[in-house]
Design a protein around this ligand. Structure first.
Ligand code: XMP
Length: 326
């Protein structure tokens, strides 16, 4: 029988059998998947686990603070935060191909975990011991869409599946690998993960890096971060968070269009709103959102973010579109 309790019991046993008394690191993003994976591993091996939160500079406004505050308060987990903003920006410089960007981000994540694992061992004052295990919140759809499942096509390399380097020094612990999002949420609730985390909308590991269409730069990230914060604020204000699966906000960084503001001509970038409704992210429909909410978002973004002079709505289902633009 599928019940959250059975999944927890099975996975706790499997995790203990896999890692024994070794040290384990977990890449924590603050999202549902990695939070539930971390909580499961903590249930299984307690203090052997250290969570690593990577600030890769591709995060939305307020995310670092939220993880530091809420997740640690709720779980008491050991957390290390690494400021790696420069490293990711440097690695991404000059690249605009989506798969290349995804692979670079996946590779840099792993390098950061390797550094973090070395520091964990050094801090514990242990010699010769290595962190061998890396926990990831990989879900079943991630496996399928990265080409790992049976008969699956390689649609895109999810940062924690297809983006891994060949010389990976860790053995992976992926307790959610057979689950869908709604199942993960049920397991999380059973484990006592707080509701704001369990109910959080999905956000991709590569973050805003795959929502800037074109090269990722510090300036472009700042533009997108401001537009995204406005969209999220207005969606929350309208009470739409639970109704919408997620709403990627995308910057078409290499596109410009002519506009007018006051009595002057503008030549700015478009922002795309991509609100979707979905059960499991394998398929999705565009969300029929109230026009007045769309209007409020559009007005505020074009007023408050001077580099943006146009807001457009993505009305494509999945398939044929994917949820993210890259
Ligand atoms: P797509 O764009 O493939 O997205 O329709 C399906 C769901 O997966 C999320 N997504 C990711 N999540 N790492 C993640 O953790 C990734 O590399 C990644 N790529 C896409 C996306 O936001 C949507 O919920």
């Amino acid at each position: 029988d599928w019940t959250p309790d059975n999944v927890i019991a099975d996975q706790v046993a499997a995790i203990r059998a896999q890692v024994g008394d070794a040290r384990v690191v977990c890449g924590l993003s603050g999202g549902v998947d990695s939070s539930v994976a971390a909580a499961l591993v903590q249930r299984a091996v307690g203090d052997q686990l250290t969570c690593v939160f990577v600030d890769h500079g591709l995060l939305r406004e307020g995310e670092v603070e939220q993880v530091e505050r809420d997740f640690v308060a709720a779980t008491g987990v050991n957390l290390v935060v690494r400021d790696e903003r420069k490293r990711f920006l440097n690695a991404l410089e000059g690249h605009s191909d989506p798969e290349t960007k995804r692979k670079i981000i996946g590779r840099e994540f792993i390098r950061v975990f390797e550094d973090a694992a070395r520091d964990v061992v050094a801090d514990a004052g242990e010699h010769g011991e290595q962190v061998k295990f890396l926990v990831q919140g990989t879900l079943y759809p991630d496996v399928v869409e990265s080409g790992g499942g049976e008969g699956a096509a390689n649609i895109k390399s999810h940062h924690n599946v297809g983006g891994l380097p060949d010389d990976l020094k860790f053995e992976l612990v992926e307790p959610l690998r057979t689950l869908f999002k709604d199942e993960v949420r049920a397991v999380g609730r059973e484990l006592g993960v707080p509701e704001p985390i369990v109910a959080r909308q999905p956000f991709p590991g590569p973050g805003l890096g795959i929502r800037i269409i074109g090269e990722v730069t510090a300036e472009r990230l700042e533009i997108l971060r401001r537009a995204d914060a406005i969209a999220r604020e207005e969606l929350t204000r309208a009470g739409l968070d639970a109704e919408i699966w997620q709403c990627p906000v995308v910057l078409l960084a290499d596109v410009r269009s002519v506009g007018v503001q006051g009595d002057g001509r503008t030549y700015g970038h478009p922002i795309v709103l991509r609100p979707v409704s979905s059960e499991d992210a394998m398929t999705a429909d565009w969300t029929r959102m109230p026009y007045d909410v769309l209007s409020a978002i559009s007005t505020r973004i074009t007023n408050e973010v001077s580099e943006v002079n146009r807001v457009v709505l993505d009305v494509t289902s999945k398939p044929p579109g994917t949820i993210e633009w890259e």
